[in-house]
Design a protein around this ligand. Sequence first.
Ligand code: 9Z3
Length: 360
Amino acid sequence: MPESSSSFSAESYFATQPPPPGLEHDIEGVKEFVRRQQEKGRNIVLVTSGGTTVPLELNVAYGQLRPSVRFLDNFSAGTRGATSAEYFLKAGYAVLFMHRQFSLQPFSRHYSHSTNPFLDFLEIEPGVEERSSFTASGAGSKGSQICVTLDKRETLLEVLTVYKAVHAAGTLHTLTFVTVNDYLWLLRAVSQELSVMKRKAMYYLAAAVSDFFLPRQKMAKHKIQSGKGSLHIEMDQVPKILKPMVDNWTGKDGFVVSFKLETDPALLIPKAETSLQRYGHQVVIGNDLNRRKFEVVFISWKDALPSSSIDTADSSSSFAESWLRIDPYDHNKEIEEDIVAELVKRHEMWIAGGTTSIKP
Ligand code: 9Z3
């Protein structure tokens, strides 16, 4: 049972909130993926990506829970997660990509409908027999060919080549969630499966997870009706799942990287340090909403790193602070490339027996 009306422990959360319908099936797929990667001796990274929704009302129809009419959402498009997943694959990792349905995915992200509408990259070449009588309305009917615009060909070929190679190697496995409830259940179950990898597993928690939710027991059974003036909803706090994740689900061996997002720059470092202190994992990556594409800060345990890679001068602190910055105007560079390179280095130290996380 909930400890109070607005606070759930992880345990009470899972005891009172129902699992998503496809969970068992999803986990069968994960089991099989982990087994195959273990055979090949690969490291595995779980990448979470995109935002979580919080439904405000239930919609049970034909015995099934269907999307509700209203929900809270957040801004995340899943750029960080999808981009990082590509760099992890490039670094030889197998990737479990757990993302919000319809958010960006590795490879296809380059051709998202809003930034790079893929139809604009294609041209129609009329078939031989119709070349003389080609019209826009008749195109595509007889023997027409589709080709890629000349100036986009090289980039597309590069993306497509890696995409096909990843598929052939079977190193990418995708899972989807929509609500914060789906996310929590899936995260717990996937982490438990991945724990068999011991230190060879990394957990890269880039999804933007809601801090508040509406327990099933408090949700309106149908669409909330208007007509009674303003709407008042009291939400409960989402349980802090990093603690059980680090201590129990991952078997204490995984290399866990969480993200801390703030809009007030003064809070970024203290909040990231508090998170590391509280949950005892390996790295918190702090990012300011408005600077996240070109600047992040790594907060970790000082005793886990060579002093050359630490930016902080405060010798009394047990935290190490190191900043990663790229040129904000260089559109050919993605900060995730450097984030992943740094994490791969640290994960190697961890696998080799590093002491990254001995805390209170
Ligand atoms: C992040 O901070 C991610 O880097 C972003 C990526 C969500 C900012 P985009 O999808 O954005 O590339 O546009 N993710 C974690 C945010 C979060 O929910 N963290 C929790 C917190 O801050 C803790 S795990 O309390």
